[in-house]
Design a protein around this ligand. Sequence first.
Ligand code: SF4
Length: 331
Amino acid sequence: MNVHSPAEQTDLLSIDALSKRFERQPGLIARAGALVGHPPDRRAVQALSDITLSVRRGEVMGLVGESGCGKSTLGRIVAGITTPSSGAVRFSRSGRAAPGGAQMIFQDPFASLNPRKRVRDIIGEAPVFHGLTTRREMTAYVARYMELCGIDPELQDRFPHQFSGGQRQRIGIARALAVEPDFLVCDECVASLDVSIQAQVLNLFMELREKLNLTYLFISHDLSVIEHISDRIAVMYLGRIVETGPTEELVRNPRHPYTRALLDEMPVVSAAPRAFQPIRGEIPSPLSPPPGCHFHPRCPRAEAICTTNQPGLASVGPQHRCACHFATTES
Ligand code: SF4
């Protein structure tokens, strides 16, 4: 097991001008329609637009936004599961190069664990493949990672369905860690768990980060989860990052109306009363996003310029950036 050195304040991950388009494939009815002269709808979904983001070694970067905003697509690209349409994802490999690189932990631990395999094989097969252990020593190797993740190592002959949801998520985490990654993409990985179990699994993530000096991209629709675990937060809306900043600064002093709306929806007891308006309307279809600022149909502050001009990310404070035409002019 590789216990990493203390956190270095260098960028481990750099995402540069990354975009992703998904071309819609015409279905059977559309193809049949084409035969009788109705051209199929070939609109593309622009899932991600010009994402630039860096994550320092040892840092937890939280990525928050509503379902469908593109955050899972970004996570899959970082984990190497999906390829971008343009732009670049770079990992700094200065010092130790982790055999497992970036690993992804998914929302539904049951769907991501092979139901026909025993836990020993689920956790141990990839490390054997990578040469981190041998088949003879796999049981002891797997036991170490099960213990690290709070699962009884005596249970490695069992199948996934013999565990609870929280234990299955711990097995998913052990499987990811067993290939010694230095970067974890955690995609809604506590969303399917009961609230009390969520807290335990979040605490496990924080313990593991300390022990292994891991770096996380932690993705959630739930800003209270993101606030709890992250050093910095990036807020996404319809494929764009609209605000980034250190967690405390962003939560205490949100500058984008969308971030304010997300904070307003958080079930927290706050000493200071919030005067923000709740988020209104549905997230628009990424097939036909609104022009200008994508948020303008839902924004309580929208003005004429917002319907035509897309705001870029601009500095609004130390390490704090926001994409809103009025972010620098308000208190
Ligand atoms: Fe709202 Fe305009 Fe700012 Fe967009 S640019 S968040 S529409 S005020």
